[in-house]
Write a protein that binds this ligand. Structure first.
Ligand code: G16
Length: 539
């Protein structure tokens, strides 16, 4: 590796001086104009990461997911398709914040030295990006740092975030007994569709599904998947809506999973007709929210908590039917945003243990790994179900004692292939939900009847300095600014069955406030009061 080549390449990709950059909830995310130098430096780190892991392929995804079209972001994917190891987030933050090009290169070599990385060994990186136009320029910055560090590089161009995670794992497991799939986008579609057929096991989906794709990458990719799907075999008919990727300004605008979840209403257009089945993806297709307009009661949403409870109850039933109860440990992972009723339902009704982690799928994923079956979903619709190698093995090898056991084992095995094992994946999750509803013979209304949500409200609060807000207890309490939590507690006490917390967003320049209470008006009032406290303490 040539120091001068890295220095010369770096000089083409300045960072904006005076800013402090942080590897946040999902990597670096901000206005795209600020990201050129950041992306170059993320390339340097991925070159080191690959070499540290014996030349395994590292993924780099360029996306700002649910954020507005002017933003972009960059994050690193580890070899098995999971998020960058958290210790390395610190290295990423330090590298990106190096004040000058010279100091950057010094830090790069110092890091390589302290981590005992052989810079003469080969490194490999792959990249993908969502449909934001700024992604094209940022990929150039990434390619420059990989060229300067002699790192082999493949640009997979436009992908959903989960597809990039899938490809990273496929490449690193190719030719091994744990091979995850064919290393291509088509391989991803074929794997999902084939597993969908198997998981349905002769059942049929009833009713057309309308999918709002947030005018993001999910639109064209879902259309591609459907080319590999034969609806006569499954009954699934999909209408793809909000798939305009030619006008960047409409990305996530008044549509998509984040809009539906935070506004608690259907996309502005096209207007869902009463009774139609709808779901929304977000800008990079890793979140999923279901809903319908009830002719009597109006909009009803089935969010990440509902998807988690649906999946957990179905899989727990299959485990029982398969005669595996007591043999495989199942757990459900949520964040503080989970509706209190969902937690109660899982613990008391499903009798499944619940773990609460800080926001960010990286935290949930990590916690889910300690179970044989780890179901994790954020309320915003981001999540998946992880199966341990032992569990997958048992599904395939256990000798069934009855046709019902065989059915359960086959379905579990198919779910292991259908559900993305690397990260939350809206398209894979959508097929999973369709499988479960088909098995249970349920409509969205039947699904909604399982428990009643506590009314809740999520508010975004712009503050002078969001970094003043620090949390403890899995983000359920503020440790800083001092006294802010005391004021929140005082307000919460005035409401029935109420809970509220505040935290700094790791993807936007704002704080988020969540409140739930016994009635809609109480939840709204509490959220507004806590938002006012946060605003007052926000600098
Ligand atoms: C990202 C993360 C999610 C997180 C969300 C919001 O989602 O992957 O785990 O819930 O940001 O995070 P925050 O509240 O810190 O802004 P996405 O879909 O935008 O990549």
């Amino acid at each position: 590796m040539d120091r001068d080549a890295i220095l010369a390449a770096s000089k083409k990709h300045d960072i904006v001086p005076g800013r402090v950059y942080k590897y946040g909830t999902a990597g670096f995310r901000m206005n795209a104009d600020l990201l050129d130098g950041v992306t170059f430096r993320v390339g340097l780190l991925s070159a080191l990461r690959s070499r540290k892991l014996n030349g395994q392929t590292i993924g780099v995804m360029i996306t700002a997911s649910h954020n507005p079209a002017v933003d972009n972001g960059v994050k690193i994917v580890d070899p098995m398709g999971d998020m960058l190891e958290q210790e390395w987030e610190v290295h990423a933050t330090n590298l990106v914040n190096a004040p000058s090009h010279e100091e950057l290169v010094d830090y790069f070599y110092k890091l390589a030295d302290s981590l005992k990385i052989d810079l003469t060994s080969p490194g490999k990186v792959i990249a993908g990006r969502d449909t934001r136009p700024s992604g094209k320029t940022l990929v150039t910055a990434l390619a420059d740092s990989l060229a300067a560090t002699n790192t082999a590089y493949t640009d997979f161009k436009i992908l959903t975030t989960p597809q990039l995670h899938y490809l990273t794992r496929c490449i690193n497991t190719a030719g091994t007994p744990g091979s995850y799939g064919e290393v291509s986008e088509v391989g991803y579609y074929k794997k999902l569709v084939e597993a969908f057929y198997r998981a349905l096991h002769g059942r049929r989906v009833s009713g057309k599904l309308n999918v709002d794709c947030a005018n993001g990458v999910g639109g064209p990719k879902l259309t591609e998947l459907l080319k590999h799907h034969d609806s006569s075999k499954t009954g699934l008919e999909v209408r793809v809506a909000n798939d305009d990727v030619l006008r960047p300004e409409v990305l996530n605008l008044d549509c998509g999973a984040d809009f539906v979840k935070t506004r608690q209403r259907a996309p502005a257009s096209p207007k869902p007709a009463p009774g139609e089945r709808w779901c929304s993806l977000d800008g990079d297709a890793d979140r999923l929210i279901y809903y319908w307009i009830d002719p009597d009661t109006g909009f009803f949403m089935l969010d990440g908590d509902r998807i988690a409870t649906l999946a957990a109850s179905f899989i727990a039933d299959l485990i029982r039917t398969a005669g595996l109860e007591g043999q495989l440990r199942i757990g459900l992972i949520q964040t503080a945003y989970a509706n209190g009723s969902s937690t109660k339902y899982v613990e008391q009704h499903l009798q499944i243990p619940v773990v609460c982690t800080p926001t960010g799928v990286k935290h949930l994923h990590h916690a889910a790994c300690s179970y044989d079956i780890g179901v994790y979903f954020e309320a915003n619709g981001h999540g998946t179900v992880l199966f341990s190698q032992d569990a997958l093995q048992v599904f395939k090898t256990k000798e069934p004692q009855s046709p019902a056991q065989k059915d359960a084992l086959d379905t579990l095995s198919a779910l292991g292939d259908l559900i993305n094992q690397t990260v939350g994946d809206a398209i894979s999750d959508m097929l999973m939900v369709e499988v479960i509803l088909a098995h249970k013979g349920w409509s969205l209304r039947d699904w909604a009847m399982t428990y009643q949500d506590l009314p809740n409200r999520l508010v975004r609060v712009e503050v002078g300095n969001k970094d003043l807000f620090r949390t403890t207890d899995a983000e359920r309490k503020l440790s800083h600014p001092e006294h802010c939590q005391d004021e929140i507690d005082k307000v919460v006490k005035k409401y029935t069955n109420a809970r509220s917390f505040a935290r700094a967003s790791g993807t936007e320049n704002a704080c988020r406030v969540y409140a739930e209470a016994a009635t809609r008006s109480e939840a709204d009032e509490l959220a507004n009061k806590v938002a006012a406290i946060v605003k007052a303490y926000g600098g």
